[in-house]
Design a binder for this molecule. Structure first.
Ligand code: TYD
Length: 205
């Protein structure tokens, strides 16, 4: 049987990475084969593109070039890592996927959500997660800034107005696709949040 593909999404500081690990452990405890991956990255080619995207000055790329690089990294990640794992029956949990491009490049950087979606149609033939879990936490960007005292990456370091637009775009995308996307309150203890995530994928188990 084909595995399931779950993406975790949200702005900076909502606790995605911690929750991804916790969710993977909970699924393994149910006897599932689970792989954890991330974007940008998740395959050797996409990890090479990650360095191009996250290092350097904010104006290193035009918005269009940035969106194309994310789409190229994703095409490689889908073909080399995600699809082969699903075909052998594994569950794939990804820290970010297409919706990050729709929100960060399409919504907040002004390229347009439909234009960025078109890049995904070309790069990955429109391949989508079985479920996308959007973690929301109102003061998340402030938490991320406090955490990243060493200086955030090219995109995480953008100003508060940019991150507010990212959050609004995520909400808009999730509302437009209620079957695929579930919004999860990321406040409370890590245990509480993991339980909410599990409840939101229960129908896929
Ligand atoms: P990462 O270090 O993985 O951050 P986080 O812990 O916030 O997930 O850096 C990924 C950065 O790239 C993050 O600021 C979000 C951004 N990003 C995009 O702008 N578009 C995308 O399509 C993806 C996958 C990430």
């Amino acid at each position: 049987m084909r595995g399931r593909f779950i993406s975790l999404e949200g702005g900076e500081g909502a606790g995605k990475s911690t929750q991804l690990k916790r969710l993977a452990e909970a699924l393994r405890a149910r006897g599932l084969d689970v792989i954890e991956t991330r974007e940008p990255g998740g395959s050797p080619g996409a990890e090479a593109i990650r360095a191009l995207l996250l290092q350097g000055e904010d104006d290193r790329w035009t918005p269009e070039a940035e969106a194309l690089l994310f789409a190229a990294a994703r095409a490689d990640h889908v073909a080399k890592t995600i699809k082969p794992a699903l075909e052998r029956g594994a569950w794939v949990l990804s820290d970010r996927f297409l919706d990050s491009s729709l929100a960060y490049q399409g919504g907040a950087w002004g390229l347009g959500i439909a234009q960025v979606r078109a890049l995904h149609e070309f790069g990955s033939r429109g391949f989508l997660p079985d479920r996308t879990l959007l973690l929301t936490l109102p003061d998340a960007p402030d938490r991320a800034r406090a955490r990243d005292t060493e200086g955030a990456d090219r995109i995480g370091g953008r100003d508060a107005a940019y991150h507010a637009k990212v959050a609004a775009a995520f909400e808009e995308i999730a509302a437009a696709e209620p079957e695929r996307c579930r919004t999860i309150d990321a406040s409370g203890t890590p245990e509480d949040v993991t339980s909410r995530l599990l409840a939101a994928i229960e129908d896929l188990l």
